[in-house]
Design a binder for this molecule. Sequence first.
Ligand code: NAI
Length: 340
Amino acid sequence: MKDFKGKIAFITGGASGAGLGQAKVFAKAGMKVAIADVRLDALHSAVSEIMEYSGCKAADVLPLCFDLTDRAAYTSAADTVEKVFGGPPHLLIQTAGVNSFGPIEASTFDDFDWVMGVCLDHVVNGLVIFVPRMIKAYGGADGVAREEFHVACTSSMGGFIAGSGCGPYCAAKAAANNLMYSYADALAPYGGGSTVLCPGNINSNIGDAEKYRPEHLRNTGYHVSEGTMAHLRSVHSSGIDPIELGEILKEAIENGRIIALPFSDPETWGPMLRNSNAQVEEYLLTAPERQKKREERMAEMMKNRPAGGGPGGWEVPEGAERFGMARKDLDYVDPSKKPQ
Ligand code: NAI
């Protein structure tokens, strides 16, 4: 996506930190911006900040206050955007997130439900709610959109590593990374794109997230206090500026990058990423027996396959139905799509 002027953006977590930086950047690029967040006061001041930074009109910023894990509320916010801005977003950026640090073995269900709910479930919610609307409104064929459209998500470098001190967060971010790759693949035939932004440290307010953890998810296994939040704030104060991060995301979207790694210090991350890949590689290389057995089994299967497909193959056998297709009434889905 290269042309932002007059188009619609929907940015979650847009009242603070990275989401607010993105809202400023895309409003300045001429987009109408809907910002979704759970904190009303922060939304109000964000609207003024966005207008001041971008010079846009009040009518071009739409604050929406709701909990992104609430699917009914998210659906009704999507309807509101269409009503107010005249269509679904061309650009969906899901950035809201929370974190809480503590030993994974001390984690409670509430710790998992809160962190994974915001960092992963809300991303799923937005994709399920908006992607069909975006394809119907803007999708084309053969990789060419009728109007440019793109989905993005702010994940984290935490998605690439195991984090025993913030396990639910890293698990959610790993899943979000993977999901955005699937959407990149899925949207390409319609001319849409997908980007996952993986920052390392952001100068934001995430260190205060515990303050608005919902009442029903407050049974944490971690030690949380004013002191621990102050410590986190000091860690995040050395992070990247949210506007600079927003510009990095914009550049990635403009250039059709699936992944953007703003904190790409190779000295720190190189060995960690190599290490986790090396474990997979080592397993593959040290398992020649297993591999040999698998090859023999496949060869046997291929030998016995009936003409036109059969066990172990992707071709549809004569007269049979292909698995992995969309339900027949979903007419916006490209009928030539095959399971990947
Ligand atoms: P932030 O706390 O400044 O902004 C997050 C926003 O999400 C807040 O305004 C908050 O009210 C909103 N939010 C949280 N739960 C919500 C819910 N259930 N419904 C609606 N809105 C909700 O934090 P920051 O750092 O800007 O976070 C943005 C994203 O960046 C998150 O996904 C975070 O995981 C990611 N990230 C942050 C890093 C950091 O060092 N701060 C590093 C890497 C990734």
